[in-house]
Design a protein around this ligand. Structure first.
Ligand SMILES: [Zn+2]
Length: 205
């Protein structure tokens, strides 16, 4: 069962106190991060002039596709003949962060109608499964795809009633909040795998 808002909050307070600040994630290394501190105030970063787009992973010989090289079996939550659902190897700040990939090297916009239909059905089931876990408020799902050209759709679960963690900044909190217990995270992954496998495919190792 995912942790409650009270359990997450208590862990943060134990680390930094009630009004304390958690450690800064390495956003200073992200030159795409849009905010910067100027004279003690947060301000939008200066906009760089236009330039050529960088090739994404899988679009250049020196940037091979990691997904086509094979999914690490230790990260596979569920799979069938066409799709693979993975996690990122260890707990992070949010209760569950999963990505769904086609086995073939395809991006969104390149799927057949059948593949697109499968993606829609799996998305709908997965959101229902995770949102029905105790203490989960919502699952945000998105495809960004600016880094890798092999489709990877995100499923980002947030804790119910932890109402500071809301909306599109939820993903930033994943790097800020201290990760929860690994045994809780693994039990939730097993529940997701079992419930998805009720429709088809199989859970990972
Ligand atoms: Zn690929």
């Amino acid at each position: 069962m995912p942790e409650s808002a009270e359990e997450v909050y208590a862990r943060v307070v134990a680390q930094v106190g009630e009004d304390g600040h958690l450690p800064m994630p390495p956003m200073g290394d992200w030159d795409i991060f849009p905010w910067v501190v100027v004279d003690g105030e947060i301000a939008p970063r200066s906009l760089r002039p236009p330039s050529d787009e960088e090739p994404r992973w899988g679009e250049s010989p020196d940037k091979p596709c990691g997904s086509c090289a094979g999914f690490d079996p230790d990260t596979v939550v569920w799979e069938d003949d066409v799709w693979v659902l993975t996690h990122h190897g260890k707990p992070s700040g949010l209760p569950l962060v999963l990505t769904l990939h086609p086995r073939d090297h395809l991006d969104l916009g390149e799927l057949t109608d059948d593949q697109a239909s499968q993606l829609g059905r799996i998305t709908n089931r997965l959101v229902r499964i995770v949102e029905n876990l105790p203490n989960i408020g919502r699952v945000h799902t998105m495809r960004i795809g600016d880094g890798g050209s092999h489709l990877h759709q995100w499923f980002v679960a947030r804790t119910a009633r932890l109402t500071h963690v809301l909306g599109s900044p939820t993903l930033d909190w994943d790097d800020v909040l201290p990760p929860g217990p690994e045994h809780v995270w693994r039990a939730d992954l097993r529940t997701v795998a079992e419930k998805l496998a009720n429709w088809g495919g199989q859970g990972g190792s």
